[in-house]
Design a protein around this ligand. Structure first.
Ligand code: CTP
Length: 404
């Protein structure tokens, strides 16, 4: 098993920069070499002397050190560091450095090294909740995920501003555990074949119109991303969504329920775990017009006839190998628990994840969710409101602990 040996630790200018000292100590205790790169703002929060002493190496800040003329060639250190690193971690990551990285700016040693890197990059954003929630910050983090970088979401708690909310840097032990996981994988998931479905399906009415639902795909994409991070071999079958493909995931795009069904039939036999988080349309038009339906032909109104689509999850429940694990989702607006349990039993699942789109902050399109997981054993676990990435993290832990 590979071990953590060569870390580049980026530290940017936030109050949580003091936690970097402890993180360096954990890496050193583990036996890893650490090179610390700070932004100039970070040096106002914690001294390079402290971090350099703990890391037992010189801290780099500027691309062009003051003593250099630029003629000796040593300014290319970012390229060497980028290649040397086995893992780059930036903790804390400010909104500003997230923005610079998202747009490929390389105006200091840290950002230039990240651009030169070939290794996994773990980003640990930490800031005040409003800054974190701002669409610009969220869009930048989404963009960074799209480059294949891993994002460890901030936690809930007291913030430097005196407010309480999301935005706290996780404790150094939590960051270090994720760093180890990125290098070693999670032994419970390492090498497992996982099939995840995500997003809506679209069912064409004519050449330009379709029936669909509001699913954004975020929950399924978060599950695929986290499973890949833990070392699983992940196939993600997704309906049409506006999301970047997570790092290390094989993505297959489909449009209709019928197409998703065919692909699940083809790819599920090899899977150890199947997670059906797609919001598959239950009905599709009986006929699809080849051209565009003209309004003038239906001035008194248009009645569409629909037929049911195949229930993919029910098919999976009937065709699964005994050792294959099968997890479904249930979207219910009322009587959630009884409907979810009915689906759990009728579709022969190991677990079902219940969510209610009417609850604040939960369901389609939101970045957050709150769910209850029901296991076939009768156990129920409630996961309170949190980001879909954190929900995915908990779900994978629950599945690993209870079902693998
Ligand atoms: N599902 C599926 N194929 C369908 C419809 C749903 O595989 N044609 C899966 C979903 O991916 C989800 C689970 O079945 O994992 C439950 O979906 P949900 O929409 O909550 O329930 P349905 O079974 O469609 O029943 P109803 O719409 O009546 O609640």
């Amino acid at each position: 098993m590979p071990d953590l040996e060569r870390v580049v630790l980026g530290v940017t200018g936030g109050i949580a920069a003091y936690k970097a000292a402890e993180l360096i100590r954990l890496c050193k205790q583990h036996g890893a070499q650490v090179r610390v790169l700070m932004t100039s703002t970070a040096t106002r929060f914690i001294s390079p002397l402290t971090l350099g002493t703990l890391a037992e190496s010189e801290v780099l800040i500027d691309l062009f050190p003051a003593s250099e003329t630029g003629l000796s060639g040593s300014w290319t250190q970012h390229v060497h560091l980028g290649r040397w690193a086995q893992l780059i971690t930036i903790a804390p990551l400010t909104a500003t450095t997230a923005a610079r990285l998202a747009w490929g700016m390389a105006d200091d040693m840290l950002t230039a090294t990240v651009l030169s890197a070939r290794c996994p990059v773990l980003l640990c954003p930490a800031m005040d909740e409003d800054m974190y929630r701002h669409p610009a910050t969220q869009a930048n983090l989404e963009r960074l995920r799209g480059y294949g970088y891993y994002v460890l979401e901030p936690e809930y708690g007291p913030l430097a501003s005196g407010l309480i909310g999301w935005g706290r840097l996780p404790e150094p032990e939590t960051i270090f555990a994720r760093m180890l996981e990125l290098v070693r994988g999670d032994p419970r998931w390492q090498g497992r074949k996982v099939l995840v479905t995500a997003g809506p399906t679209i069912e064409p009415i004519d050449a330009v119109r379709f029936i669909s639902n509001f699913s954004s795909g975020k929950m399924g994409f978060a599950l695929a991303e986290q499973a890949a991070q833990r070392g699983a071999r992940v196939v993600l079958i997704t309906g049409p969504v506006q999301l970047p493909t997570p790092a290390g995931v094989e993505r297959v795009d489909v449009r209709t329920a019928e197409e998703m069904f065919r692909l699940v039939q083809a790819r599920s036999p090899e899977a150890d775990v199947v997670i059906m988080s797609a919001a598959v349309a239950d009905f599709t038009p009986l006929q699809t017009e080849r051209g565009k339906i003209k309004k003038s032909r239906y001035s008194r109104g248009l009645t569409l006839r629909l037929r049911p689509t195949p229930d993919i999850l029910a098919w999976l429940g009937e065709h699964r190998r005994p050792e294959q694990r099968l997890i479904g989702f249930a979207l219910e607006t009322e009587n959630g628990e009884s409907y979810a349990l009915e689906k759990l039993h009728n579709k022969h699942l190991d677990a079902i994840v219940l969510n209610n789109p009417n609850e604040p902050g939960a369901g389609f399109g939101h970045d957050t969710n709150r769910v209850t997981v029901f296991f076939a054993t009768g156990e129920a676990v409630h996961l309170p409101l949190q980001s879909k990435h954190r929900i995915a993290d908990h779900l994978l832990d629950l599945i690993a602990d209870r079902l693998l």
